[in-house]
Design a protein. Structure first.
Ligand SMILES: N[C@@H](CCC(=O)N[C@@H](CS)C(=O)NCC(=O)O)C(=O)O
Length: 234
């Protein structure tokens, strides 16, 4: 049985880490049996690449949601993406990169840097820790994330610039989805695991960020999230 190591559910979602939620959604979409060991700090410390999620399968550890999905496809088959032609695959990859390599960092900014977001993040991610970890870890983690934001580059922009970048990504996603049921067509593919995880992490967390407000202007995004949830988390 595949063991999925990830954070515990938070902020009203199966996972407040979009990468963890992406992988769990993929496993559900591909109907692969998996179990989630009770989340502990130790699991993060033992993560092969220092990040969640990772899996253990047949004695092998695999890290990074995309590499894990590649591994799962190679090991158990690819029930989701077989119908895509080369052009659709290229578009799916570009959208995945938009979500995971760009929009992600704008969302991180709203959660870890903006005061209202930080309040929610601190309570949602660290609220259950006992002292002294509860006092030390949140500000250490926040400092680490701010450093990562700076290293990636998003953190060097002004708030207004970051919001403009995020809004632009969201509008592109909404325009591309348009009235389709799933991102590439009427059938889901593995890109939808990523899209659903990232959009639900924007629309369904109790943080009234500017990005959430912008995403809420597109009813097709909300409808899409409901479609994915009832199909795979019903
Ligand atoms: N490229 C990785 C990204 C994973 C990632 O950034 N995970 C974050 C949570 S969203 C994490 O584990 N952060 C903990 C840390 O950096 O200490 C993937 O696709 O799995």
């Amino acid at each position: 049985m595949i063991k999925l190591f990830q954070f515990e559910p938070a902020l009203g979602l199966p996972n407040a880490s979009p990468f963890c939620m992406k992988l769990e959604t993929y496993l559900r979409m591909a109907a692969l049996p998996f179990e989630i060991p009770c989340a502990t700090l130790r699991h993060l410390q033992q993560a092969p690449k220092g990040k969640m999620p990772y899996i253990e399968d047949q004695g092998k550890f695999v890290a990074d949601s995309t590499f894990i999905i590649d591994y799962l496809k190679a090991t158990y088959g690819d029930p989701l993406d077989g119908w895509l032609d080369a052009r659709q695959r290229a578009v799916a990859l570009a959208l995945q990169r938009l979500l995971e390599e760009n929009l992600y960092w704008a969302v991180i900014y709203t959660r870890w840097v903006e005061p209202q977001g930080w309040e929610l993040t601190r309570a949602g991610f660290f609220g259950k820790l006992s002292p002294p970890l509860k006092w030390v870890l949140p500000s250490l983690a926040r400092r680490g994330i701010i450093k990562e934001l700076h290293g990636q580059g998003m953190g060097r922009h002004s708030r207004e610039e970051i919001m403009a970048i995020g809004r632009r990504d969201i509008s592109a996603l909404a325009d591309f989805l348009s009235d389709k049921s799933y991102f590439i067509g009427e059938q889901p593919c593995s890109l939808d695991a990523s899209a659903y995880a990232f959009l639900a992490n924007l629309l369904w967390v109790p943080l009234e960020s500017e990005l959430k407000l912008h995403a809420s202007k597109y009813p097709q995004l909300e409808a899409y999230c409901h479609r994915m949830r009832s199909r795979y988390y019903g």
